[in-house]
Design a protein around this ligand. Structure first.
Ligand SMILES: N[C@@H](CCC(=O)N[C@@H](CS)C(=O)NCC(=O)O)C(=O)O
Length: 279
């Protein structure tokens, strides 16, 4: 492993690391924000951020403005890339499949299955690596944007007990029912839609064994709202079983990091409260 960037930030340090992933079979870059408390040697909880289509670790660490809030709450923020990377890794010319579009699941279909194992990477290998090398206290929360919002919701629902809290900006809530998700699921999981529900937040809500409250923020001027995101499907699924959901619609906000930056402080405060309650 090798540190490839470090920048002083709000009394802490924004770092980028490169490490070998056995799960993905390639080298991965990861953004790690260490708050002042971590630099003083205190053990801090970790919040995992999952980005959307086309992103690397750079989008969030340079545009979300998370560092000042993570510093204030004493949170380590870990930002993985959105897929395996490299010349030996399968890819597709479109922006919504292949590298930059891993969808936070383990692919079962050729040519993707060899490297596209983002669920195992994020849930198991990355957290073990983080907890081995950084001053953590083994408490975790998870959040993300768009494809990464889908990732945060589904990984929290699929791994009850692992995360203290979950939230999302503009998430894909029902990938089985929208073009981005249907294209990716057909490629990664196969045409048999029986396998899709296990990676679809709206489907998973019905049978969730842990009713972890969901915080979701969505811009009303988001260009993908009606075609790809459909938060009303998540609202209906939560209403049907009494799953706690706070869905906040924001007039004027689009799908960009300007939206994320506007509410990132509230999301980190939400996670900090939940992580403290677990202490
Ligand atoms: N029109 C966009 C679609 C992809 C997109 O909007 N990606 C979102 C996540 S779904 C994003 O975070 N983009 C990078 C950024 O805004 O920094 C593109 O082709 O790049």
């Amino acid at each position: 492993m090798e540190r490839v960037e470090q920048h002083a930030s709000f009394g802490g340090r924004q770092e980028v690391w490169r490490h070998e992933s056995r799960t993905l079979g390639c080298t991965m870059k990861v953004g790690i924000y260490l708050p002042p408390a971590a630099l003083r040697g205190e053990r801090c909880p970790v919040v995992y951020w999952l980005s959307g289509l086309t992103c690397t670790e750079q989008n969030f660490i340079t545009k979300a403005g998370a560092q000042q809030h993570a510093a204030q709450h004493g949170l380590i923020v870990v930002v993985p890339d959105t897929s395996p990377r490299g010349d030996g890794v399968a890819d597709d010319p479109s922006y919504d499949l292949g590298q930059g579009a891993g969808f936070y699941l383990n692919a079962t279909q050729a040519p993707w299955a060899a490297h596209f194992r983002m669920e195992d990477y994020v849930v198991h290998e990355l957290s073990a690596w983080v907890e081995q090398h950084f001053p953590t206290n083994a408490r975790r929360s998870i959040f993300g944007h768009s494809m990464g919002g889908h990732g945060a919701l589904t990984l929290a629902l699929r791994h009850p007990g692992r995360y203290a809290s979950v939230s999302a900006f503009s998430p894909i809530v029902a990938p089985s029912q929208v073009p981005w998700g249907r294209k990716a699921f057909a490629a990664y999981l196969g045409e048999d839609q029986g396998a899709w529900a296990a990676h679809d937040a709206v489907s998973l809500i019905a049978t969730a064994s842990e009713r972890l409250p969901l915080l979701v923020d969505q811009g009303e001027a988001d260009e993908f709202l009606a075609t790809q995101l459909k938060p009303e499907l998540l609202q209906a699924a939560c209403d049907a079983v009494g799953h706690p959901l706070t869905l906040r619609m924001h007039p004027g906000h689009d799908h960009s990091y300007y939206f994320i930056a506007s509410f990132i402080g509230e999301h980190l405060a939400f996670h900090a409260d939940a992580l403290k309650a677990r202490a």
